[in-house]
Design a protein around this ligand. Structure first.
Ligand code: DHK
Length: 147
């Protein structure tokens, strides 16, 4: 059975492609999902792809991944910079965690420079645009012992 990875997206990422395209680009989240599915299927991985504007829903998905996920790729959106609860949930997950930011958060406002999730993440990708998700899935495949 293929290993399943969870790709989780936080608040406002449902607006990808429409929201501040000069920062987040023109691709939609559906475009990101289909690109990730392609990379994952090439690597023999299954994907559960989700977005929520609600912190608790993201935490519930991280808990679900404890039972059925081998790894987590997460772009927590603004919760990156605020959520100890998401950090705690990720700390309760045993597999690899990769943190993705579409924009280079370090080039932006200082409140975006700190990430609670980075205290848990095994790797962080920022500023590679939506391509960062595909790179994270490739890296996840390597971490999980695929190609
Ligand atoms: C997305 C967001 O919504 C912001 O709140 C983060 C992140 C950056 C991104 O670059 O993908 O600060």
């Amino acid at each position: 059975m293929p290993k399943k990875i969870y790709i989780l997206n936080g608040p406002n990422l449902n607006l990808l492609g429409k929201r501040q395209p000069e920062i987040y680009g023109h691709e939609t989240l559906a475009d990101v999902e289909s690109a990730c599915r392609q990379v994952a299927s090439d690597a023999g991985l299954e994907i559960a792809f989700h977005q929520s504007n609600h912190e608790g829903a993201i935490i519930d998905l991280i808990h679900e991944a404890r039972d059925s996920g081998a790894g987590i790729v997460i772009n927590p959106g603004a919760f990156t910079h605020t959520s100890v609860a998401i950090l705690d949930a990720l700390n309760a997950f045993e597999g690899p965690v990769l943190e993705v930011h579409i924009s280079n958060v370090h080039k932006r406002e200082s409140f975006r420079h700190h990430s609670y999730v980075s205290l848990r993440a095994d790797g962080v990708i920022a500023g590679f645009g939506t391509q960062g998700y595909q790179l994270a899935v490739q890296r996840m495949a390597r971490l999980l012992g695929g190609q």
